[in-house]
Design a protein around this ligand. Sequence first.
Ligand SMILES: *Cc1c(COP(=O)(O)O)cnc(C)c1O
Length: 413
Amino acid sequence: MPPERLTAVHAPMPQFPVQDGELMVGNERLTLLAARVGHTPFYAYDRALVRTRVAALRSVLPPGIQLHYAMKANPLPALVGLMARLVDGIDVASAGELKVALDAGANPAEVSFAGPGKRDAELRQAVASRVLVNIESFREVAALEAISNELGLPARVAVRVNPDFELKGSGMKMGGGPKQFGVDVEQVPALLARIGHAGLAFEGFHLFAGSQNLRAESICEAQQKSYALAVRLAQDAPQPVRFLNLGGGFGIPYFPGEQRLDLAPIGDNLARLAQQAQVELPQAALVIELGRYLVGEAGVYVARIVDRKTSRGQVYLVTDGGLHQHLAASGNFGQVVRKNYPVTIGNRADSLHTEIASVVGPLCTPLDLLADRMALPVAQIGDLAVVFQSGAYGASASPQGFLGHPACVEVLV
Ligand SMILES: *Cc1c(COP(=O)(O)O)cnc(C)c1O
């Protein structure tokens, strides 16, 4: 085994302190929180941690850079309500998310709507709501023209560009090469002409190159290229650029060996771009849009151990939660090679009495695995298994109907 495999450990999770052996979530002992929720499994999102994360990020961002929350990371209405007060805008990806954002009190002027395959009915709702629509095809221009005429309200639009580069080292690439997202940069001048003829209210550009990146230099490079591309495309725009969304892609450490992203170079890079923009795109607000980076580390998934068994020497902790509620931790949400999320036994979090155990769920499939042969505190039936880094792409990104178990509960604490 290469030495890095032996030394690779999960990044520490100091955001949840341990008191008297118990993890503290939302300033409460985990067992008491479980009693308050009244049901396992559950997700808990710690609002103080979300606030701290946003404040820490803002402290390294230059003034003037706007911070948006991409709510597909976690659409819990209470959390979206909190985010709407903390950030400068909410990015939605369906009419369903649009409703949650508006219900939560988001200002429509600060909401943008992206996503391929927006249905006409969704576009109509977006125009009537006066939110910004990120156009991703020529068909959407035609549909928005008709809707604008019908409603007597010109659609506010930006162009989502599929760039000719990608975000290097991303967990998920969403730009560069052939993609279903956005319009290829080569076709954008023609699209801008169509937008001008259609009389839509053009506001700017949206670029999103990729997701879950832990390398600051790759993120800076993508931001620089996105900015340069927008300056070039602005020459063909029907109106001055007022909005430039440079994307996001900031990752969080999930797997052994991964370390937290270094924000300082990203802040410096954005400061330089903001300075350039004052000259080259003087009316433009620069925006970054983040999902998991803002909320992912603030959440835990908690499942109760309902059985403990040993099979040919291997210990299995069988819980009431699993793949159906936390697809990502099971390794089935886009991962190529399954790796363990950070996991602990939340009511024995500082126990030095450990063993190698696997944490599984109640589903009849070997894919239902929350931890594969991890060193964990020795656990008993009734204990609480905790999966860290669960504030994003958890409940809403899991097939909860699979096998007919009860739905999980989500709380903002
Ligand atoms: C998914 C998505 C995001 C959020 O990605 P994170 O990795 O959660 O930060 C942002 N913008 C767009 C366009 C997306 O599709």
